[in-house]
Design a protein around this ligand. Structure first.
Ligand SMILES: [Zn+2]
Length: 365
């Protein structure tokens, strides 16, 4: 591909446009040419760390694994429908991959059915043997066993847990974005072609909550592919060094929609008692500021967030009784460079219900 004036990223933009048209026009999505797909020197997105079958200790396949030379044209998102464990370690992730493989042997299958697995702690693992090599080559695919009719055309990703009512942990979701972006990039798949298992089979998989997250997933993957991923971004969680709050802010891990291990909450009161988020802003400019909180009925519907923008502080009120477990934008603000308090959660509201300080993400735009 040396000397080709069309950058890979430009071609990916074309693929995205084709995919968007497909949704309304019904035309089939053209595959990227093998030569293009095999190019790896100009990746638009970085490959996440993916543990191979050998790394996580897979047993040998119990039969012949088939492959196809055509590239897959979509991604199917699954949940494993297993327990929402709280052991987020690499060891637990690898053990889960071995457990799934054994379940699938018990079905009489030759190997794990899915192409890839993501643990609740955010570890990505190869599923059916050979899937990783094909993906890294960007050419052809292993035939999986994750959805009848789609096993050659769709890359199947199993996400550890049950997401019928629980929210996927941030570590899992963020890695799902990275993994889908890498798969789309390697195979020339448009991010519009990310689906849930239930789109092709009568099944609850991947659970109502994860299924409802797919539009956001497509958007996040498209952003990564289009290079609109922020050039700088930082997350200040309530356990980060940039976070500070007084003793009246209690610690809780009650809601599964929390970011990280826990979050802080306090009674609303007309007192000056802020939970603050500090970061070192790399350059003067505009930054998008988002918050992640567990949304629970009864939490404050008008929690005051203060953003210390360069033109003066601004208050943005957030309804924390709903819409949790995801990044919610407070807006885009002008910030000056340097180490500083960027945002805060205030208790000063007359609205009832706990005010919550969980995580804040600051991204250069
Ligand atoms: Zn499924």
């Amino acid at each position: 591909m040396t000397g080709n004036p069309v950058s890979r990223r430009d071609v990916m933009r074309g693929a995205v446009a084709i995919g968007a048209g497909m949704a309304t026009g019904g035309a089939s999505l053209a595959h990227a040419s093998p030569a293009l797909a095999a190019e790896s020197s100009a990746l638009a997105v970085a490959a996440p760390t993916i543990a191979s079958c050998a790394t996580w200790g897979a047993a040998a396949p119990r039969g012949t694994i088939s492959s196809v030379t055509t590239n897959p044209n979509k991604i199917l998102v699954h949940h494993t429908a297993s327990a929402n464990v709280t052991d987020y370690s690499q060891a637990a992730a690898y053990a889960h991959a071995r457990e799934i493989q054994q379940w699938h042997f018990d079905f009489g299958w030759v190997d794990s059915g899915q192409h890839f697995t993501i643990s609740r702690g955010g570890y990505v693992m190869e599923g059916r043997r050979g899937s990783l090599g094909k993906l890294n080559a960007g050419s052809g695919a292993i035939v999986g066993a994750h959805c009848p009719g789609q096993n050659s055309a769709a890359i199947g990703i199993e996400n550890q847990g049950t997401y019928t009512s629980a929210t996927p942990p941030a570590a899992l979701y963020n890695k799902l974005v990275d993994m889908c972006a890498y798969i789309c990039d390697q195979y020339g798949i448009a991010p519009t072609q990310i689906y849930g298992h239930r789109d092709f089979l009568a099944t609850a998989c991947p659970g109502d909550v994860l299924y409802a997250r797919l539009p956001q997933l497509r958007t996040d993957v498209a952003a990564a592919l289009n290079g609109t991923t922020p050039t700088w971004s930082t997350i200040v969680d309530n356990t980060s060094s940039g976070f500070a709050a007084g003793a009246n802010w209690s610690v809780s891990s009650y809601s599964a929609e929390r970011y990280g291990a826990d979050y802080r909450y306090a009674n609303p009161e007309e007192v000056s008692d802020l939970a603050t988020y500090s970061a070192t802003i790399p350059a003067t400019g505009n930054y998008k500021i988002e918050t992640w909180y567990p949304g629970i009925a009864g939490y404050n519907t008008s929690t005051p967030f203060i953003v210390y923008a360069s033109g003066g502080s601004q208050v943005v009120r957030v309804d924390q009784s709903t819409g949790g477990g995801a990044w919610k934008s407070l807006g885009t603000f002008a910030l000056t460079s340097g180490a500083k308090t960027v945002a805060a959660v205030s208790r000063w509201t007359t609205t009832t219900g706990y005010v919550v300080a969980d995580a804040v993400r600051i991204s250069r735009v």
